[in-house]
Design a protein around this ligand. Structure first.
Ligand code: TRP
Length: 345
């Protein structure tokens, strides 16, 4: 990957990734309510487990978003200008990207950004092989930290792509800050395609984050495996249980690791104490109502241009643009809030 060295996250990744990981883990586990940052889920094994989650019968999110993207890809394509560059945040295996690329052959450059180097280089290779004319410029690192696009794409029309309801994994203030950063990174006139899961019944939500086969549990626990391996810690993996909880007040699923007994663990130079039943909060997955999502993107400096929703379980794909005179002109008669499967209300 030639372009990688241009990008700040990579430098940070190579020079101080280990100590940053340790700092983040100790900070999270020293808090009164223990937390661990979810970006550390995605080492090679975590990325593999996440791909397995996406195939689970209980995990409706990927299937629902994919079906919706298949339906609306031609409508989305009508907004994408010739010679555009597509910038994807948290690209993983780049599976959904193919739906966009297939429908929009006018895209000339693809910039996948992912924290897992293994997942990223494999995806970049297979996309290169399958889309011959496409220039692929992978960037490895934390997608919230990319400050600049490669110079080769700065003069092109830019389309951001952020599927998977990954936006819902941020706290609301973080999501707003991320949207602002992306707005600055992509620039005036950019489009931003964001996939976000919408609120549904807890009976549908809970199994999606606590499947019968235990894949999500393994994914959650892999964070502890990684802390033991990479930080030489002594966490007892069998003494933490995976739990998914619906937090109605915050409209989110929370992923917890619950200590099944009083115990201590050595991490770096510190000893961390866990009491029986104590929770490490590892991830939140917000489920939006449309007004809440629209207000969020506006606080983040974007304008909601078009929204599409699926039938239940309801998932939304939102097309955002930048406001003002430099915003993208209306290029399609389909620029109305319509959907093949119904309008969002
Ligand atoms: N963006 C995904 C979501 O919120 C991430 C995710 C899916 C996830 N399953 C998970 C994160 C299980 C942690 C644990 O749906």
């Amino acid at each position: 990957m030639t372009s990688v060295s241009m990008i700040p996250p990579t430098q940070q990744h190579e020079t101080s990734a280990g100590s940053r990981f340790l700092d983040d883990v100790l900070r999270g586990l020293s808090a009164r309510r223990k937390t661990l940052p979810s970006k550390y889920f995605y080492d090679a094994e975590g990325s593999r487990l996440f791909e397995a989650i996406c195939e689970l019968p209980e995990y409706y999110v990927t299937r629902t978003e994919t079906a919706l993207l298949v339906d609306i890809a031609p409508e989305l394509a009508a907004f994408v200008a010739d010679g555009a560059a597509l910038v994807e945040f948290g690209s993983g295996a780049s599976a959904k990207t193919r739906l966009i690329l297939d429908a929009s052959p006018q895209i000339d450059v693809y910039i996948p950004i992912d924290i897992s180097e293994v997942a990223l280089s494999h995806a970049a290779e297979t996309i290169r092989a399958d889309y011959r004319g496409l220039e692929v410029i992978p960037l490895v690192g934390d997608f919230t930290r990319v400050l600049e696009l490669p110079s080769a794409v700065r003069s092109r029309p830019i389309v951001g792509f952020f599927p998977g309801s990954t936006i819902g994994n941020f706290e609301s203030a973080e999501a707003e800050r991320f949207l602002r950063r992306v707005r600055a990174l992509l620039g005036d006139g950019a489009l931003f395609i964001v996939g976000a899961d919408l609120a549904q019944a807890p009976e549908v939500l809970l199994p999606a984050y606590d499947d019968a086969g235990g894949v999500t549990a393994a994914f959650n626990r892999n964070l502890l495996v990684r802390i033991n391996r990479e930080l030489g810690a002594s966490l007892d993996l069998d003494a933490f249980e995976h739990r998914a909880v619906w937090n109605e007040a915050e409209s989110r699923i929370e992923m917890h690791l619950v200590s099944s007994r009083d115990q201590t663990a050595r991490i770096g130079s510190r000893t961390i104490v866990f009491i029986e039943g104590e929770v490490i909060h590892t991830e939140s997955s917000h489920k939006y109502r449309r007004e809440v999502f629209e207000a969020l993107v506006e606080r983040g400096g974007w304008r909601l241009k078009t929204a599409w929703t699926s039938d239940a379980p309801s998932f939304g794909v939102f097309l955002l643009d930048t406001e003002g005179p430099e915003g993208v002109a209306v290029t399609s008669p389909m620029n109305i809030e319509s959907s093949p499967s119904g309008e969002i209300s």
